[in-house]
Design a protein around this ligand. Sequence first.
Ligand SMILES: C[S@@+](CC[C@H](N)C(=O)[O-])C[C@H]1O[C@@H](n2cnc3c(N)ncnc32)[C@H](O)[C@@H]1O
Length: 250
Amino acid sequence: MNSPDIAGPELLEESNLFYRDPALYDSVQSDSDSADVCRALIGRHSPDARTLLDFGCGTGRDLELLAKHFDCIGVDLQPGLIDYAHRTRPELDVRLGDMRTVRLGRTADVLVCLGNSLAYAHDNHDVRAAFQTFAAHSRPGTILVLCSPVAPIERPRPQSARVETGQGTATVTISYEWDLLTQINSTHRHWTFDSGEEAHDVIRRRVLGPRELELHAALVGFDVVEITDESATGSLTGPGAYTVARYRAQ
Ligand SMILES: C[S@@+](CC[C@H](N)C(=O)[O-])C[C@H]1O[C@@H](n2cnc3c(N)ncnc32)[C@H](O)[C@@H]1O
């Protein structure tokens, strides 16, 4: 079934400057600790893990760090990001694929879906399809580590920051919108480059609360074993969270 709300690769690229400029994405994310948090969670819940699949791997920035510890394959929907990953991280096994439909013909000890990649599945059908993909790559004991928004970001006023980009320095002004009916949190970013050029992004992310994540996981055979913020200590402060689930069987 085709969902009217599917973000195809063209739409994702058009809507987000980071996807048009993957080097900028990597540089803005360079201080991210998501691979470290993910490793800590894997160490706690699957200490003997050796193989890992990353769904929505983007430029491969987390995969590069995870591949030092696990045999990894990454999948992403956008050809531009996969090309960039091949050029800049040729040692990685990264492949074009859609987490709603891809079947790699293997299972792994760990599945990850980091950096809010799951939030690009906007409607319930797409979320369910993504979880079915996770189950299709699991065997009893496989763990799934998701990093996704569990609550919306809401700010009373737009916020501005200065950012170094491949096109020079820019002022980026960010505002948020929350649609309770669809549970879509939109981030609007307006870029004003020192050259005078301007660009506008809209990033739409589906928010799935902890109980919804538990339900989607359970429907395909996973038990959630931990939901935590990036402290990985079990506290949940939002808006983002790491969810760890273990595959039992369907
Ligand atoms: C914010 S980026 C995160 C990338 C990477 N995980 C990271 O943390 O740097 C979200 C990624 O999800 C990918 N994505 C969105 N929908 C997808 C789908 N259906 N299948 C595979 N990748 C998808 C996008 O192309 C994008 O690379």
